[in-house]
Design a protein. Structure first.
Length: 294
């Protein structure tokens, strides 16, 4: 009897189930989906799982700060080494280094805290067209992707664990300079385990999607521009409230600055009910190959 191939979402969940090799030493693998390098969000998610497995369950993650140092090889396993920096009465701190082929490709520092009662405030969710009123995958293909270049069309047609519905697709089909901000709805394409560690890791995974692209809006360009070299350099994230990821999330992003072949971006992730669940900041490499060759 032939087995049904796992879905993209099942592959993501499986990739987050790291193999424990020794105390504080874990091994992760990458889904074989044809990428030339490991998706940054995957490494963030796996490193977060490795760190959380060395912390008691009553201390969920509240923040992480990460650096990408080398592109990951999707054909090779990734080894994660966890350093137990501190275990206090309320907080725990961990440092994780990801290694491939004998070299560090990524590092992450994360802080975990026992849940406490405290002052409550959050920014209101921005106004946005509901995801049901935006074009889905088939509608986007019919309306926007028919005449798009092959690399753009293949990106949007590929099965992925996260569905993305941008409020506007003008950025992808025009070279007009736009305000450096965007909003997209995102949701998982399959069920998420009832496991707060995995839920936080998947949230970290999807936080790396579409974020850096926002820095290119003001220049009338996109990550699909083959004259650009675009890659994440660092990534910071603050987890405000837990989320089961069982519905659409609104990802509101902006970019206040690009210079020095880098772009800086910020993002806020809201549940549909308006709860702010996470904030994100990232700087990435944005190198114009023509300028670099001068």
């Amino acid at each position: 009897m032939s087995r049904t191939a796992p879905t993209a979402m099942q592959q993501l969940v499986s990739s987050l189930d790291l193999e424990a090799l020794e105390q504080d030493l874990f091994r992760g693998t990458s889904p074989q989906v044809g990428w030339q390098r490991v998706f940054g969000g995957q490494v963030i998610g796996q490193a977060l799982v490795a760190a959380q497995r060395t912390v008691s369950e009553d201390r969920p993650v509240h923040s992480l700060h990460a650096y990408f140092m080398r592109p990951g090889d999707p054909a090779a396993p990734i080894i994660y080494t966890v350093d137990r920096i501190r275990d206090g009465l309320s907080f725990a701190t961990r440092r994780v280094v990801a290694v491939q082929h004998g070299k560090a490709i990524f590092s992450l520092s994360a802080s975990f805290q026992k849940e406490e009662e405290g002052l409550e405030y959050q920014a209101q969710i921005p106004e946005a067209t509901p995801p049901e009123d935006l074009p889905g995958k088939e509608e986007m293909r019919a309306a926007f992707l028919t005449g798009a270049p092959d690399h753009i069309r293949s990106y949007w047609e590929r099965e992925r664990p996260i569905e993305v519905r941008p409020l506007s697709l003008e950025h992808y089909i025009s070279d007009r300079k736009l305000d450096a901000e965007q909003k997209v709805w995102v949701r998982t394409t399959g069920p998420v385990p009832d496991d707060r560690i995995i839920q936080a890791a998947i949230l970290a995974y999807l936080s790396d999607m579409t974020l850096l692209d926002t820095a290119l809006f003001a220049h009338g360009r996109s990550v699909f521009d083959r004259s650009l070299q675009v890659a994440s350099l660092d990534h910071a994230m603050w987890f405000h409230r837990p989320s089961k990821l069982d519905d659409w999330l609104l990802y509101s992003m902006d970019s206040p600055n690009t210079n020095g072949a880098r772009g800086f971006t910020r993002g806020s992730l809201y549940q549909r009910d308006g709860r702010l669940i996470a904030s994100v900041a990232q700087e990435g490499l944005i190198r114009d190959r023509a300028i670099a060759q001068k």
